[in-house]
Design a binder for this molecule. Structure first.
Ligand SMILES: [Zn+2]
Length: 309
């Protein structure tokens, strides 16, 4: 309870619908309300671009100021980040507001039936946080953000917990960080032309939305069916174990280098920087020859979680 000031506008959704958009701030913060509303609008537009139309257009898009940091609540998110806005490229952003709003798509529209699959809420929403950097700051800002998060991933527990987990048990940092990182890796694996439409298609497919609950297998099967790529080994390793592919590089005379990922039983495309530039190679436990006159760098931009020599 509190004495609130309301600021409102209308939001034009990408599917043409007009949606009421509101912020409620405490009276003493009324001077911040207009900017908060603009931040909310930018975040909603960014999410819609990647995840599809706002899921609850007949209701509203709203935030209400709270004494705690924040929480996703369908159509009115709790906001307690104290208007700590930052500039990301051309946009004014609030990471907390953007994150909670992302849960309208992953959490509220796409919902898991077992907390074992909690990462679908937090990992995909956290990936949406990184997409804000891509959209407004560009590729460099996106990769900088991804690589800053990479350092915090301890590989302490698998992303997916055992069936029938409680939310308390299944909730751990890597459902955010590693969950989002796996989606980032998928971007390279599939390529942007498939990856971005696939992400939107998953969040829009009526088999996986609203009353219908999802689990990890729904997501992994959807991605493979949509893309035609065999990703089962990739998903199994990254989602269900604490292991990552080990990179083995051996010099092969003056021809180049033999590169393999000896501890995996599947194939994945990996970017390698050679004397000829950036190349895409399909790597597995069988070594492939990568021609280069100078030493090579495997996955220089950091698309994957890997263990390098
Ligand atoms: Zn969250």
């Amino acid at each position: 309870m509190g004495v609130f000031h309301e600021e409102s506008t209308e939001f034009m959704s990408i599917d043409g619908k007009t949606i009421p958009m509101k912020v409620y701030v405490l009276q003493q913060n009324r001077s911040k309300a207009k900017e908060l509303l603009q931040v909310l609008k930018t975040s909603a537009q960014t999410h819609e671009k990647y995840f599809g139309p706002y899921p609850f257009p007949d209701d509203k898009i709203a935030v209400v100021e709270t004494p705690y940091l924040g929480m996703e609540h369908q159509t009115i998110n709790a906001y307690g980040n104290n208007f700590q806005f930052e500039k990301i490229g051309d946009a004014t952003a609030d990471w907390l507001l953007h994150h909670e709003l992302g849960h309208e798509w992953f959490g509220n529209k796409v919902s898991v039936g077992d907390w074992a699959d909690f990462w679908i809420h937090e990992g995909l929403t956290a990936y949406g946080d990184w997409l804000f950097y891509l959209e407004h700051g560009g590729e460099e800002a996106y990769h900088e953000k991804v690589n800053s998060v990479r350092k915090s991933i301890a590989h302490a527990r698998p992303v997916v917990s055992p069936r029938n987990s409680t939310s308390d048990f299944a909730y751990h940092p890597e459902i955010y960080t590693k969950g989002a990182f796996i989606i980032h890796s998928l971007r390279y694996f599939l390529g942007d032309e498939i990856f971005f439409p696939m992400l939107k298609a998953f969040a829009t497919d009526e088999k996986y939305t609203y009353e219908n609950l999802v689990e990890t297998a729904d997501f992994t099967q959807f991605v493979q069916k949509y893309s035609g790529a065999d990703l089962q080994g990739f998903f199994d390793m990254y989602l269900k174990t604490i292991h990552v592919p080990k990179v083995k590089v051996r010099k092969k005379g003056n021809k180049g280098y033999q590169v393999s990922l000896p501890n995996i039983d599947f194939k994945m495309p990996v970017e390698i920087k050679t004397s000829n530039g950036y190349e895409r190679h399909m790597l597995s436990n069988k070594p492939v020859l990568v021609k280069s006159e100078s030493s090579i760098e495997v996955d220089p931009k950091g698309w994957y979680l890997l263990k390098k020599d």
